[in-house]
Design a protein around this ligand. Structure first.
Ligand code: MTE
Ligand code: MOS
Length: 753
């Protein structure tokens, strides 16, 4: 995968937050946090810590000049705990010292006394105790009660899915320095520069224009830095503000894993009703989301679970209810797919159960119920340019699914101790922030007098290649060499009021805004050409590969020359433009609307082999047909698909986030928390682009790609499950992810009959 940053990355020249040059005299901060999951703070004793040589200050809630509040959607989260702690890792104090080591050492000298309170880690228990962050929400279509009466088959079940550590290569961090006039400038590793700015202005009690946030690039975010980068930015700024010195705060890996939120674990119930032909007539689901100790983005994540409760299927009667449950874990947050994967895992489990009980092939059941053009989702939107069936038939054909099924059966009949399983995973994912107002972006474009082009947008580059896509948008408008085009840092003073780079929407929103800004300049340039060459109609003027044409004929002007002429004629070579997604809306009081600009579609076939002695497994292959639209950058898009697939497989199989009943994270290092590495990644990942599938709602007909492929990983769970069932046919297996080797082994041998 080669993009804008590849060469710099490989040479180690790309700068991440901790690499950026800082002035001499920069101080270092370390977060001191609650060692218990719930309790009253009786005493904070800083005396020993303060005595340590090199300690400059220890900052607590008392030192906050503004409001001790960092909550985004719901204002329910403090920056530093004041009276009560709500999770292990709840920040209480910030130690600022000459070196990071001294800061860490001093933090260890702070003494706390607590009065312990009961700890809740289970979302169903939280719900039973009334610990809900918001009122339950229900999406309704048709009438499930009536429909169940008409069903030939009705099945019920319970589904558990686990958390997931983001494990961005670059941990959370920020560097802040005071600026003249009582402001701060923050360099942050954040997906949401405006969120850092807003939170910091609230904490410091100063207007937003006094807080400038700058982001060069992220060593990965995956949702973990959408809202959860803000506290570290605000803390560094608070320290810089107080001490009038530059301050850097970078979380060490183990601290990052321990105290930051993860993908939400869910515990869910389903009820599915079908007629004897395998048509799904009714579906009910309840989702208990483990939100952790504060709202963070949980309510929005949960909303997306509801939006994707029926995945790629048309079900005429649906009732889905979602509970946002407050527990004493670190507040869980956005993670690639944003609640969608959790919802999809439940419907796939329900269909699996139906197929198993009815003695049908699950793939046939899936096919029979796929969305058609014009079908209605439970939230009222109807499909348009629905391509899920096309993806399905293409995948069947291109990868010869029949042959794959046959060879799996042949293998299984020949082998006793190794079994293979196959699963198909369709994905339909809505593209747009589900909060309509967030679907906006802007861009600022300058052309300098030498013809080089500078582009600022709201998009944050975090490895997903958005910068390269935006460069291609600029290239498409001006028809100039890519090397002329530079993407600047994401900066709140250049581009204001940004939505975070999230919801897979960065390239769409910022691509459109950039296109618009470039077109404003292009229009002016054409007028300059018309004037210069005495052409009456400037409509026929074009730029083709750095040369100016009129009515398809080459003129004497080059792009460079044109820029000089424009400048000398005092024509502005800068433009700013704003884009907002048209025709989207959602009415929360009715839970109906048109929340998405469009949907992403695709189908993945996953094959796995289980070693039935050891419980270990391999993912043999993942074969996908995905609708990329007309890709802005096929290599980047393919990289996103492959990365998403492996990350999804990790969530469903080996990655297990475990807390004990006291709310202590047991898997707080890479020795205990396993992520897919290159040896585990499937040997065979094939991603085919659905042909002839332009997207009328994306820039240059492209489609968003960042999150949807993650959900192919769900297929790995069912492929392994199918292999287990080949070994032990009668076994009633629970629907519980992750399917770790331990769980596979237990499934293979527990209650063996
Ligand atoms: N790819 C890389 N390499 N690193 C990341 O952090 N984040 C994912 C996805 N792909 C991520 C990534 C998530 S969660 C989202 S929402 C999208 O990228 C955001 O970027 P986009 O809007 O440009 O697709
Ligand atoms: Mo992505 S979870 O929307 O940052």
């Amino acid at each position: 995968m080669k993009n804008y940053d590849s060469i710099k990355h490989v040479r180690g020249e790309s700068l991440f937050l901790d690499d950026q040059l800082t002035p001499t005299g920069t101080l270092f901060a370390y977060v001191s946090y609650s060692p218990i999951a719930h309790g009253k703070i009786k005493k904070i004793d800083l005396s020993e810590a303060e005595k340590l040589q090199g300690v400059k200050a220890i900052i607590t809630a008392k030192d906050i000049p503004g409001e001790n509040q960092i909550g985004g959607i719901i204002q329910d989260e403090d920056l530093f705990a004041e009276n009560e702690v709500h999770f292990v890792g709840h920040p209480i104090a910030l130690v600022v010292a000459e070196t990071q080591l001294i800061a860490h050492e001093a933090a260890d000298l702070i003494k706390y006394e607590f009065r312990k309170l009961p700890v809740i880690t289970d979302p169903r228990k939280a719900a039973a105790l009334g610990e809900l962050i918001q009122k339950p929400r229900t999406f309704n279509l048709g009438n499930t009660e009536k429909a169940f009466n008409k069903c030939d088959f009705v099945f019920e079940g319970k589904v558990e899915s686990g958390g997931q550590e983001h494990l961005y290569l670059e941990t959370q961090g920020a560097f802040a320095h005071p600026v003249e006039g009582g402001g701060v400038k923050i360099y942050s590793s954040t997906q949401g520069p405006t969120a850092v700015q807003r939170v910091t202005s609230r904490i410091l009690g100063i207007p937003m224009h006094k807080v400038e946030v700058d982001v060069l690039r992220l060593g990965g975010g995956f949702g973990g830095k959408e809202d959860q980068a803000s506290p570290w930015g605000a803390m560094a700024a608070l320290a810089a503000f107080k001490l009038n010195e530059p301050v850097k705060l970078v979380l060490p890996r183990q601290v990052d894993i321990k105290i930051t939120g993860k993908r939400h674990p869910y515990s869910s119930d389903f009820k599915i009703g079908l007629n004897k032909d395998g048509k799904i007539l009714a579906y009910e689901a309840s989702y208990y989301q483990n939100a952790g100790a504060a709202a963070d983005l949980s309510t929005a994540v949960l909303e997306r679970t509801l939006f994707h409760c029926t995945n790629s299927y048309f079900i005429p009667n649906v009732k889905a209810t979602a509970y946002c449950c407050r527990t004493n874990l670190p507040p869980n947050t956005a993670f690639r797919g944003f609640g969608g994967p959790q919802g999809m895992f439940v419907i796939e489990s329900a269909i699996t159960k139906a197929a198993e009980e009815m003695g049908l092939n699950k793939i046939d059941l899936q096919k029979r119920n796929l969305l058609d053009e014009g079908d209605e989702f439970p939230y009222g939107q109807k499909t348009e340019h629905c391509r899920i069936k096309r993806c399905f038939t293409e995948a069947e054909k291109k990868y010869d699914l029949k042959k794959m099924q046959k060879s799996v059966s042949a293998f299984n009949s020949k082998n006793k101790l190794f079994k293979k399983g196959l699963a198909v995973m369709p994905v339909t994912f809505g593209i747009s922030f589900t909060s309509t107002f967030m679907n906006q972006a802007s861009a600022l474009v300058h052309i300098y007098t030498d013809g080089s082009i500078s582009v600022s947008t709201a998009a944050v580059e975090m490895g997903q290649g958005v910068n390269e896509k935006i460069r291609n948008v600029v290239k498409n408008v001006f028809s100039v060499d890519l090397n002329r085009i530079k993407i600047e840092t994401t900066n709140t003073s250049r581009v204001a009021n940004t939505s975070p780079t999230a919801a897979s929407k960065a390239a769409d929103l910022n691509g459109f805004a950039t296109k618009k800004a470039c077109e404003i300049i292009l229009e002016r340039l054409k007028k300059v050409v018309a004037n210069e060459l005495n052409i009456k109609q400037y409509n026929n003027i074009t730029i083709q590969q750095e040369t100016i044409y009129n009515k398809g004929k080459k003129t004497k002007l080059s792009f460079d020359k044109l820029i000089q002429i424009a400048y000398l004629n005092r024509v502005s070579l800068s433009a700013q433009a704003h884009h907002s997604t048209p025709n989207i809306h959602f009415d929360k009081s009715k839970e109906k609307g048109q929340p998405f600009a469009y949907h992403a579609y695709g189908v993945g076939i996953v094959q796995a082999t289980v070693d039935c002695i050891r419980g270990t497994y391999e993912i043999d292959s993942v074969k996908v047909v995905h609708d990329f639209g007309k890709s802005l950058h096929p290599i980047v898009d393919k990289g996103q698909a492959e990365g998403g697939i492996v990350q999804g497989i990790g969530w469903m199989t080996m990655e297990e986030v475990l807390y004990n009943d006291e709310g202590q994270l047991l898997t707080n290092a890479l020795s205990t928390y396993k992520v897919p590495d290159i040896h585990f990644a499937p040997n065979d990942i094939q991603v085919l682009f659905l042909e002839n599938s332009p997207n009328p709602y994306g820039p240059y007909q492209s489609k968003a790609i960042g999150e949807p492929p993650l959900m192919y990983g769900i297929g790995a769970y069912f492929a392994i499950r199918n292999a287990i069932k080949e070994f032990k046919r009668k076994n009633k297996l629970p629907f519980k992810a992750p399917m770790t080797p331990e769980n596979v082994l237990l499934s293979l041998y527990k209650n063996i009959s």
